[in-house]
Design a protein around this ligand. Structure first.
Ligand code: PEP
Ligand code: MG
Length: 840
């Protein structure tokens, strides 16, 4: 902070005024003065001076008043560094006293009363800190209102109302300076991102009255709509008014442009209207921003009091930035920098209308953005039945497992009691673009009796309509108004500029044809992770899959696997056709087998029937497959080594699909990825088998194809031993979900229970499943990249964990030399924009 700055600085084109010393409003007013707009005389009080004022320093009042004409009224407004940080309310009409009131009454009549009353009230409340109710018994439009108000003041304050303009001004300045230092104001602005020591500046401006005999009044004007971003003149004007009165005057105020609904300023005062539009357009061009202009008309003459950057929705922000850049007012780079990448979520998904009433019944982790309303269902089967009836439903589970995936497909949103941002429900929902709230432990989940109980005892049963807001993690009763997604031309243009600027690739994690289509729509540069296990949950395959798991010997297993192969091949052909000419990285089977088995007795009975086995046999087998910690057990490449038939079948399906798709002109070089590797020998064994399958398919089909083989680096040991592993690979893909889980020893599915307490108490700066922990997990990634490239300089490096879609993590990936990130399809635009911003 600048020390011992002059107490005031007259706002002239060359005065030393900056946003950092005097605040945004003061700087903006200086810009308006430079544009030669009709701004009333204004002085700026610096952060330092306000700080001194709050500490009791008394400025030279004569000097303070010097720039203003004798007898002119003044107003004081806050000027913080960022307007969103708030500040005390403006006070108008400082300097009015009995004498001035009498003079004014001669020229403007009764309006003089209003001016005096407005100041007496503001002064009483904000400076003298009197009870605002003290004027309740006074008829403020009555002939004696001023007299009565002055008396009321004297009674309450036990002194007469100050008549000296300098005393009044000092009182207002000091009260505003102190209000800024108050605890609630400080907490409020810190919640909006302000630093603890954020300063406040003030601007003191001569009041253009807006009341008088000729046409006088005040209003606001802007050239775009803050909700849509479309160009349209908006605002209101109110005759005989001050400040922002016009905005609250309803039918009494005028439209600005000609309007069927009522009279307009354009008709009433065409010259003033034209001048205002000219000023607004100049402001837009030279301030390089859409501004809301506050103006006063005094006896027909226009005064510009203030310009404020207009409040805007995310979709409007995109449209405005693109329009300004297309008109050459700002550069493409600046347009890109003006959009917060995560704000794109508002465009990509339906959202609860910000103006809608929210009946919040519970909250959890905002796991997948967007909002949807539907009837509560508590099982995968009920979700499917609901979808078949054409009724939107919300799937409620304690936590989801792969068994629920079909139910998720049939739902419009998902709500779980347990889990964090990388739990199963969260990952799948993001992939599907479904709104999802996980870890909603403030609600009681009674899935057996099919009900949810909110705090306070409100009960929601199956069939009741609720809304899941995955953008902010809330669960709402009923069906509030929604805003539709807005993938409009402005969005597409911005994305094209982002692609021109960025230097890191962005692919999508896509498992199904519909994911792949979304990925293409969002211009992902291929698929970076296709989790193949999800392909085995459809009814026709699940039973065969279970037969395979129950096979007693390799021959029986081979028979079951052979039945799965054509199904899997058809999946890949479809995927390759959609992704035509783009890379597709397929991960071999990863999850523990028990995930494909029923969890309850009824399910086991069905399975016994389907497989024609005794129930006891099914129970024993399931018992034998259960693991204490399946995430660290028989999964990933460990299955590939011990039950080689699965990977061989998948490799064959991939190779045959490659040849089949190529026949239709869809040329794809598949990338095959081995999950959960921790030792070089695992790669050697799997590679040998896959190469053998490739050779067999080439011979059988008499045709050639290319493919790449790589590993997922998602165990700490794989990162540490990257130098051993790399020579067998064409690429590494860092699975930062598992890598985070294992580096921290933190279960992905259970961390949601205590994560918020950990973040709140500063144990972790953020949820490491959400934002990559650059220090710890990041060091493993860095080691993996460096050691891998040391052994194999051309190795392609990527990140396919959920971090691939987080802007902060993308910055890290770029820094350590990752070639591309891969994230859920709906996060691809966010990643493209964030990646572009890091190059600017
Ligand atoms: C990972 O672990 O980061 C990963 C991408 O795989 P999954 O989330 O399927 O375990
Ligand atoms: Mg993993």
């Amino acid at each position: 902070m600048q020390k011992n700055s002059p107490f005031i600085t007259l706002v002239t084109p060359t005065a030393p005024i900056t946003v950092q010393t005097h605040g945004g409003r003061a700087k903006c007013l200086q810009r308006l003065v430079r544009l030669d707009l009709p701004v009333p005389t204004t002085v700026a009080v610096s952060f330092d001076a306000v700080h001194r004022l709050a500490g009791g320093e008394i400025p030279d009042l004569e000097r303070l008043m010097e720039p203003f004409e004798d007898g002119c009224l003044l107003c004081v407004r806050p000027s913080s560094e960022d307007p969103d940080w708030g500040g005390p309310r403006a006070v108008l009409n400082i300097g009015i006293n009995d004498e001035r009131h009498a003079e004014l009454a001669k020229s403007i009549g009764k309006a003089a009363d209003e001016i005096y009353l407005r100041f007496i009230q503001a002064y009483s409340e904000h400076v003298a800190r009197l009870d605002p109710d003290m004027f309740d018994d006074i008829d403020l439009s009555g002939p004696k209102a001023v007299h009565e108000a002055l008396e009321a003041y004297e009674d309450e304050a036990e002194e007469p109302f100050p008549q000296d303009a300098a005393t009044q001004l000092l009182g207002v300045l000091r009260s505003m300076a102190r209000a800024w230092g108050g605890t609630s104001a400080r907490l409020l602005r810190m919640a909006k991102g302000a630093p603890a020591d954020a300063g406040l500046g003030l601007v003191v401006q001569a009041v253009a009255l807006g009341m008088g005999q000729g046409e006088s009044g005040s209003g606001v004007l802007q050239l775009v709509d803050g909700a849509s971003g479309h160009q349209v003149i908006k605002g209101r004007y109110l005759s005989q008014s001050q400040g922002r009165d016009a905005l609250h005057a309803g039918d009494k105020s005028l439209f600005l442009t000609k309007d069927k609904r009522g009279p307009s300023l354009q008709e009433k005062l065409p010259e003033a209207f034209d001048a205002l539009i000219e000023h607004a357009e100049l402001m837009r061009k030279r301030l390089r921003e859409e501004m809301q202009m506050e103006f006063t008309i005094e006896n027909g003459e226009v005064h510009i009091l203030d310009g404020v950057r207009i409040q805007r929705s995310a979709r409007a922000a995109v449209r405005i930035a693109v329009a300004l850049a297309e008109e050459g007012i700002i550069s493409h780079e600046e347009a890109l920098m003006r959009i917060e990448p995560r704000a794109l979520n508002e465009l990509l998904h339906r959202q609860v209308d910000p103006n809608a009433k929210r009946d919040v019944i519970g909250a959890g982790v905002a796991a997948s953005p967007g909002a949807a309303s539907g009837r509560l269902v508590f099982s995968e089967a009920a979700a499917q039945a609901s979808a078949a009836r054409g009724e939107a439903c919300i799937l409620v589970r304690r936590q989801t497992s792969p068994e629920d995936v079909r139910g998720m497909h049939a739902s419009v949103a998902v709500l779980t009691e347990r889990g964090g941002v990388t739990s199963h429900a969260a990952v799948i929902a993001r992939g599907l673009g479904l709104p999802c709230v996980v870890g909603a432990s403030s609600l009681r989940f009674q899935t057996r009796s099919k009900q949810l109980t909110a705090q306070g005892g409100r009960i929601f049963k199956e069939g009741d309509v609720v809304t899941v807001d995955g953008t902010n993690g809330q669960v709402l009763a009923g069906e509030p108004e929604m805003l539709e997604a807005a993938l409009d031309d402005a969005f597409k243009t911005l994305m094209t500029w982002a692609d021109e600027a960025r230097d890191i690739g962005v692919r999508a994690n896509a498992d199904t044809p519909s994911d792949a289509k979304t990925a293409r729509n969002f211009k992902a540069q291929g698929i970076g992770l296709c989790r193949t296990e999800h392909m085995f949950f459809d009814e026709d395959r699940l039973t065969v899959m279970r037969e395979m798991i129950f096979a007693d010997d390799p021959a029986d297993r081979r028979t079951a696997v052979d039945r799965l192969m054509p199904i899997q091949r058809a999946d890949f052909v479809e995927l390759f056709r959609i992704m035509k000419d783009q890379p597709v990285c397929i991960r071999l089977f990863d999850p523990p087998l028990h995930e494909f088995l029923p969890g309850n007795r009824a399910g086991m009975r069905d399975l016994a029937e389907a497989l024609d086995l005794p129930l006891s046999h099914v129970e024993r087998r399931i018992e034998a497959l259960s693991e204490y910690n399946p995430m660290l057990g028989m999964r990933g490449v460990r299955l590939g080594i011990t039950i080689p038939e699965i990977y061989e079948m998948q490799a064959r399906a991939i190779f045959e699909a490659t040849l089949d798709a190529a026949k239709d002109g869809a040329v794809v070089v598949p990338e095959i990825m081995i999950p959960l590797v921790s030792a070089k020998r695992e790669v050697e064994l799997v590679k040998t088998r896959i190469d053998a399958v490739a050779a067999a398919v080439r011979t059988e089909r008499g045709a050639d194809f290319d493919f790449k083989l790589g590993v997922m680096v998602e165990t700490p040991r794989a990162a540490l031993r990257a130098e051993d592993i790399a020579p067998h690979c064409d690429f590494f893909s860092f699975g930062t979900n598992d890598l985070t889980q294992m580096a921290y020893g933190l279960s992905r599915d259970d961390a949601g229970r205590f994560m918020s307490a950990y973040v709140q108490q500063g144990v972790y700066p953020e949820d490491p499943f959400h934002t990559l922990d650059a220090e710890g997990v990041g060091e493993l990634v860095q080691l993996g990249v460096d050691r891998g490239r040391k052994a194999q300089p051309g190795l392609t490096m990527s990140v396919c964990g959920e971090h691939g879609g987080s802007p902060e993590s993308i910055a890290f990936c770029r820094k350590v030399g990752i070639d591309y990130v891969s994230c859920s399809p709906f996060r691809v635009p966010v990643a493209r924009l964030a990646a572009a911003q890091f190059t600017i």
